[in-house]
Design a protein around this ligand. Structure first.
Ligand SMILES: [Zn+2]
Length: 257
């Protein structure tokens, strides 16, 4: 697939207006309130846990993100829950998992979610020489792009990246900015790497969201406890008046004009 065809595919899945979309057959669904374009020129790094700035979100607006997938068993449940509520999220794929589960990677895009990158094998990039670290990033991007779009490229269709374990270095951050790739941290995380019941997980993340009031929320779609609590989580957000914002790369809609 050529880059322009890949962009067309991705652009066709991005909502045409930055407004709420109806959720067919589910008027009570949480939905996706609006879409914002994220531009490396204005916001090269976002997420206050790691960087001084984050996305320009209003009170009670959340961006949902999922790392480390796609993973059989859990990612389909996460996608099902999001689809039921017409919620669009961003998935930071691990290259080796995208390679092994390409159908799930394609399904993620086909259901309107944004596809970001998270290296090939999840090493701590701050413990590697710069050239090896960048090669690992590129191997991940190429594997993800091949799984999703059928073309092995290192200039991603959606230039979003998150460091494994948030282990960034300044030279790598600079290099990614130079390449037009936005680095995502997080404003709120679920700590779903710690084993807990789905009920406990729901309590933890809701308490943190209530405290933060807005922001980029980090989950792992590889975790059973997260997949299990997601339907109740999305219902709770609706009941408490939160709104979902979908992030897309700047210019993706205009890429074909
Ligand atoms: Zn990760």
């Amino acid at each position: 697939m050529t880059r322009i065809v890949a962009l067309a595919l991705a652009a066709a899945l991005v909502p045409s207006a930055a407004l709420a979309e109806p959720c067919p057959g589910s008027p009570q669904a949480l939905g996706t309130a609006r879409v914002i374009e994220v531009d490396v020129k204005t916001t090269p790094r976002v997420g206050r846990k790691h960087f001084p700035t984050t996305l320009p979100l209003r009170a009670k607006e959340l961006v949902l993100t999922f790392d480390d997938g796609p993973w059989p068993g859990t990612t389909p449940r996460v996608l099902d829950a999001l689809k039921r509520e017409c919620v669009r999220a961003t998935f930071f794929l691990l290259g080796r998992n995208a390679e092994a589960n390409a159908g799930l990677a394609r399904r993620t895009l086909a259901e309107g979610h944004s596809i970001g990158h998270h290296t090939y094998s999840h090493p701590e990039l701050n413990r590697m020489p710069l050239d090896k670290a960048e090669a690992e990033i590129d191997r991940g991007i190429a594997a993800d792009e091949f799984a999703v779009y059928g073309h092995r490229r290192t200039d991603p269709v959606m230039p979003f990246f998150r460091f494994p374990g948030f282990a960034a270095t300044q030279p790598l951050l600079d290099r990614l900015s130079d390449r037009g790739i936005v680095v995502f941290g997080a404003d709120v995380w679920a700590s779903d790497w710690l084993p807990m019941s789905p009920e406990q997980q729901l309590d933890v993340i809701m308490a943190r969201i209530e405290q933060a009031g807005r922001g980029i929320v980090l989950f792992h779609d590889t975790k059973q406890q997260t997949a299990a609590m997601l339907p109740a989580f999305l219902r709770a957000l609706k009941q408490r008046g939160y709104r979902i914002v979908h992030v897309v790369p700047a210019g993706i809609r205009g890429a074909l004009n």
